[in-house]
Design a protein around this ligand. Structure first.
Ligand SMILES: NC(=O)c1ccc[n+]([C@@H]2O[C@H](COP(=O)([O-])OP(=O)(O)OC[C@H]3O[C@@H](n4cnc5c(N)ncnc54)[C@H](O)[C@@H]3O)[C@@H](O)[C@H]2O)c1
Length: 371
């Protein structure tokens, strides 16, 4: 049975990867996670009792701890997702991003290399180190064009610069030491178990709490959205079948402006969980004209939208060309944005046991990353 170390497996994407590997692929997983503010062990509830699943609380910068886990677990592959992942937090405090994303990746590479050197020829050939990265390393697009695997790196935020650095380290370990690596660069993810600091869950949960729905700038920045379970399948496809030393872009061909995303969430919530009627009090509504309208007319969540100062250095547009992954490895996204966002909103409506403690204890929606 194939054995995978997944770093950052208590995070949003890592937990989807662990669930997919254990539930669908019946593989053995060691989830190695420090449990920072973004680590949520409850996201692994569906698999935590499985014999195939193990958890170890460890920091990817802690070489001794990581080396001991490699020696004990004897993985066939490493999927390295552990990172500081929120651009706004990287603006407020870049140090943790440099430490975890750059030095942590360096430490993982060194531990993987030392372990890999101890393997038999057969296991050595089949071993993989997979670095999970972002399309943000490519910088910002104008109105035309797509990011391809050959697009030059041009990171603009401390977060994307740290991920670009770690991509370069991974490529260097391939060329210099022959460590068998693959890299994926993916667009924005959304879906269940998404920490409520990111745009989509923040908007869903603020709307349910009747709080303002903040949109940076004019809301015209474009992101290319991918449902997290499609990403998890793509990652396992690449670590199992990708060509050595290659990069694969992952994306869902679902470009939306931030304003379109927020309006879509409002419209679906209007249908699934209508707001109170017009004459009920809504202290945070920014619709100044609402009191002139007739009573008992259902209000829309769109009335909660407000426009706030833009993020410094906010990239205008990201869009991924995933042709290589689709044609070479046969992966295809199963959800489009319209189906995926509806599933996501329904999941948040059904699973307040998961998000309520995070909103009350760890992050309640305050503005981050103003520089
Ligand atoms: N979220 C996206 O849209 C997106 C898109 C493309 C790529 N990525 C990349 O995918 C990966 C996962 O992203 P995510 O959104 O799931 O992140 P996340 O913030 O939800 O989870 C990160 C996880 O890493 C763990 N972690 C952080 N520092 C650690 C350390 N020093 N040692 C061990 N564990 C540590 C955290 O506890 C958490 O469980 C990241 O590498 C990110 O750059 C994310």
């Amino acid at each position: 049975m194939k054995k995978y170390i997944v770093t950052g497996g208590a995070g949003f994407i890592g937990s989807a990867v662990c669930r997919h590997l254990v539930k669908d692929k019946k593989c053995a997983v060691l989830n190695l996670d420090k449990l920072t503010y973004a680590g949520v062990p409850e996201s692994l509830k569906e698999i935590e009792d499985s014999k195939l699943y193990r958890f170890a609380q460890a920091d990817v910068c802690d070489k001794d701890a990581i080396a001991a886990l490699f020696a004990d677990f004897q993985p066939d592959a490493v999927m390295h997702l552990a990172a500081e992942s929120h651009v706004d937090r990287s603006i407020d405090g870049p140090a943790a991003f440099m430490e975890t994303n750059i030095m942590g990746t360096y430490t993982m590479l060194e531990c993987a290399r030392e372990y890999w050197n101890t393997l038999s020829d057969d296991r050595k050939t089949n071993f993989r180190f997979h670095h999970i990265s972002t399309d943000e390393v490519y910088g910002s697009l104008g109105t035309e064009g797509l990011f391809e695997e050959t697009t030059s790196y041009d990171p603009r935020s401390p977060y994307s610069a740290s991920k670009a650095s770690s991509d370069h380290l991974v490529k260097a370990w391939f060329h210099t030491y022959g460590l068998p690596v693959v890299i994926t660069n993916c667009s924005n993810n959304y879906g269940p178990y998404h920490f409520p600091e990111k745009l989509i869950p923040l908007v869903i949960l603020n709307a349910l709490d009747e709080k303002p729905l903040p949109i940076y700038g004019k809301g015209d920045n474009i992101r290319d959205w991918l449902y997290v379970e499609d990403h998890a399948r793509a990652l396992v496809t690449v670590v199992d079948s990708g060509r050595l030393g290659e990069t694969y872009n992952v994306g869902g061909r679902n470009e939306r402006t931030n304003l379109e995303v927020v309006e879509t969430i409002c419209d679906i919530l209007d249908e699934l969980r209508p707001r109170q009627s017009q004459n009920d009090e809504c202290s945070l509504s920014n619709d100044a004209e609402s009191s002139d309208q007739p009573t008992n007319v259902a209000k829309s969540y769109r009335d909660l939208i407000i426009f706030v100062t833009d993020r410094p250095g906010h990239d205008a547009r990201y869009a991924i060309d995933a042709t290589k992954l689709e044609t070479e490895l046969g992966w295809k996204a199963q959800e489009n944005f319209d189906t995926g966002i509806r599933r996501t909103i329904q999941w948040y409506l059904d699973n307040d046991w998961w998000w309520r403690p995070l909103r009350e204890g760890r992050y309640s929606g305050e503005r981050l990353g103003r520089a």
